[in-house]
Write a protein that binds this ligand. Structure first.
Ligand SMILES: C[S@@+](CC[C@H](N)C(=O)[O-])C[C@H]1O[C@@H](n2cnc3c(N)ncnc32)[C@H](O)[C@@H]1O
Length: 257
């Protein structure tokens, strides 16, 4: 198994239960925007890649025929299955798979989506190649992920704190890089939304990350002396465990030609 995938499986296998109760994942503003950009009519077969505990799959399931939700990590899928049963959601099925090797036939889905996960993938181009393969011509692709600002100093600080908190973090790309990834995959970009935020609180964020005390101390130092522009770019406010911040999200909606 690829080293990046091994790290993500270990990280999310350990921390799955914390994601079930995560406010930023369960009720973030990106859920509604992603579903709206998919333009669902109610008849679609939807694929949700790296579903985690299923929040994006559940949001799509309300307006689609059915959703197949895949994830690398058995423990995350276990939480997702439990939540689906608790909420009496009957049109979502779960499959264990990696984003770069999806176990589905060509053109199997009308809509493919993925939310707040590709920054963990070893290769975004390999993931998007699979997305293009399994989505039917004319189908929609809606991908949302946390992004870094264009400013290289802010982007380096952002990726450094993310990796300190969770060693399975690969990279937050920029909005421009996401658009370029989609175009390079052969998708026709129909809309880009950069208005959503993943709103986080320091104490919850490091608990959900399972971050060890040494790294938590290094993170406190990094947040105490952020680079110029970080307060505005990440909406930093408060202090200690109550420190709040917001990671920007880009959502790319595209047509599979
Ligand atoms: C932050 S959670 C996902 C959040 C979820 N999509 C949501 O909207 O609430 C990231 C998920 O990505 C999964 N993951 C990481 N790398 C993966 C890969 N290469 N293939 C499939 N899933 C992966 C992890 O197991 C984890 O469940």
């Amino acid at each position: 198994m690829d080293a990046t995938i091994r790290k993500a499986a270990a990280q999310f296998g350990r921390q799955a239960a914390h994601y079930t109760t995560s406010r930023s994942h369960g009720s973030g503003d990106s859920l509604a925007v992603m579903v709206a950009l998919a333009g669902l009519a109610g008849t679609e077969r939807v694929l949700d890649v790296a579903t985690g505990t299923g929040f994006n799959a559940f949001a799509f399931a309300v307006s689609a025929r059915g959703v197949v939700a895949v994830d690398l990590t058995a423990a995350m899928l276990g939480e997702a299955r439990r939540l689906a049963a608790e909420r009496a959601i009957a049109n979502v099925t779960f499959v264990r798979a990696v984003a770069g090797a999806l176990p589905f036939g060509d053109r199997a889905f009308d809509v493919t989506t993925c939310r707040i996960a590709p920054h963990h993938f070893p290769s975004v181009p390999a993931f998007l190649a699979e997305v293009v393969r399994v989505t039917r011509p004319g189908g929609r692709v809606v991908v949302g992920d946390t992004i870094s600002p264009e400013d290289p100093v802010l982007a380096a600080w952002h990726n450094r704190v993310e990796t300190l908190r969770d060693p399975s973090h690969v990279r937050n790309y920029t909005a421009a890089e996401w658009q370029a990834f989609a175009e390079a995959a052969g998708l026709t970009v129909a809309a880009v939304d950069n208005t959503c935020r993943s709103r986080l609180t320091f104490g919850d964020w490091v608990t959900r990350g399972g971050t060890d005390p040494e790294r938590v101390a290094a993170l406190r130092e990094a947040f105490a002396a952020p680079p110029p522009g970080a307060v505005a770019a990440f909406d930093l406010r408060g202090e200690g465990d109550a420190l709040e911040f917001a990671w920007p999200i880009t959502i790319v909606a595209a047509i599979r030609p």
